[in-house]
Design a protein around this ligand. Structure first.
Ligand SMILES: Cc1ncc(COP(=O)(O)O)c(C=O)c1O
Length: 380
């Protein structure tokens, strides 16, 4: 008897849940991964099934360096790169290697909610720094540095989760200057850097790794497939040396060695680049469908800025609105979203909500937004 195939966080059949920040099935490239895997296994040598070297397979790192050089428009070299199991694991790693229990870390307010738990798992104290339409507020950061000494600042510089905005080039430069001045590291989660649907975002922090202050975390989850559990950290040779010495990597060798050898083939045969280009087209149509549907149903009810990349719309409602209890009501109309509070390290942002356009096509997006409309009343 066949069993319904599902995935972690799947919505019940018939429900359009914009809380799901994962790609839809039609954007997960089974054939691409199959061809890359076949090409790897056709030539595979027994040693490739052994432990990989701690930093990552040299041939994969070479291909990744070439990919980043062309994608970020600045030279990347394999001696700045170490393989990870995706940005979640990268965050866990930097929390162990570059902070001690009891240390403070700065996060953006709002920020990627699942990162909070990773930091708390390591006994880190979280302090939120506000963001605005231009990204992380440098003034607020400077103010907070007067009373705190963070081990690192966790930032999502391009196409923020949940905010959708990007930190400007000027602010990025100022943040690196402050990191030098106040002696802290910048952990830049660049998971959406290549998912731009209009102009390109400001240069990735990965291009600034020579500064000795920057750890740029990248991942194949959003540009290829989350199930590969593959990503990288781009940083200076000195910081990379500290990561390599970590016990888990020292004991296990390259993280997700075989996944990396398969992805190497997808980089080298050009299929990854073609896939990313087609994702940009698909997501751009979805962004525009969601923006239009929101204008049709939510003008005068909420405020938002159409994101230029990434996965998310971030809606602000009148102060009197609390979105959390509305999630239950959304279930009743077979719709869904993420309430704002989970993205706040301080339990604030009750009058916000996050919508992902990654998991549904345009028709479902229009239908889902129409369903959500009934939960809210006009501001005035
Ligand atoms: C900002 C951010 N960081 C990290 C992740 C998880 O990344 P990975 O799949 O590479 O662990 C996500 C996924 O939603 C994300 O939005």
């Amino acid at each position: 008897m066949s069993k319904t195939v599902t995935f972690d966080g799947a919505a019940p059949v018939g429900t359009i849940n914009f809380g799901i920040g994962q790609p839809s099935a039609d954007l997960l490239p089974v054939d691409l991964v199959k061809t890359a895997s076949q090409s790897f296994f056709d030539e595979a040598q027994p040693f490739e099934l052994n432990y990989g070297v701690t930093q990552g397979d040299a041939r994969f790192l070479q291909s990744l360096a070439g990919f980043l050089t062309s994608s970020y428009g600045a030279p990347a070299t394999s001696d700045q790169l170490i393989v990870t199991g995706g940005n979640s694991q990268g965050l866990d790693l930097v929390s162990v290697v570059f902070a001690n229990p009891g240390d403070t870390v700065f996060v953006e307010e709002p920020s990627y909610f699942l990162a909070f738990q990773i930091f708390r798992d390591h006994g880190l104290n979280i302090v939120g720094i506000p963001v605005d339409d231009d990204g992380l507020s440098v003034d607020a950061l400077q103010e907070a540095l007067k009373s705190h000494k963070p081990a690192f600042l966790y930032t999502i510089p391009s196409y923020h989760n949940p905010g959708g905005q990007s930190t400007t080039e000027d602010r990025r430069r100022r943040i690196v200057e402050l990191a030098d001045e106040y002696d802290f590291l910048i952990v830049a989660d660049e998971v959406y850097q290549l998912l731009y649907y209009y102009d390109k975002p400001p240069a990735a922090y990965g291009t600034m790794s020579a500064s000795e202050r920057v750890l740029s975390l990248g991942s194949f989850s959003k540009i290829l497939a989350p199930g590969l559990r593959l990503g990288w950290i781009q940083t200076s040779e000195r910081l990379l040396g500290q990561i390599k010495a970590h016990g888990f990597i020292n004991s296990g060798g390259s993280i997700n060695h075989i996944s990396s050898l398969i992805v190497r083939k997808a980089i080298d045969n050009g299929s990854l680049e073609t896939h990313i280009e087609s994702l940009r087209h698909s997501y751009r149509s979805r962004v525009e469908a969601m923006d239009a549907a929101l204008h049709e149903h939510f003008d005068g009810i909420a405020e938002w800025t159409r994101p230029d990349g990434g996965y998310f719309f971030w809606l602000r409602f009148d102060e009197s609105v609390d979105t959390a209890p509305l999630r239950e009501k959304a279930r009743a109309v077979q719709a869904g979203f993420q309430g704002g509070t989970v993205f706040s390290s301080q339990g604030q942002l009750r009058n916000y909500l996050r919508l992902s356009f990654a998991h549904y096509g345009e028709d479902d997006i229009r239908e889902g937004i129409a369903r959500l409309r009934s939960l809210f009343s006009k501001i005035k």
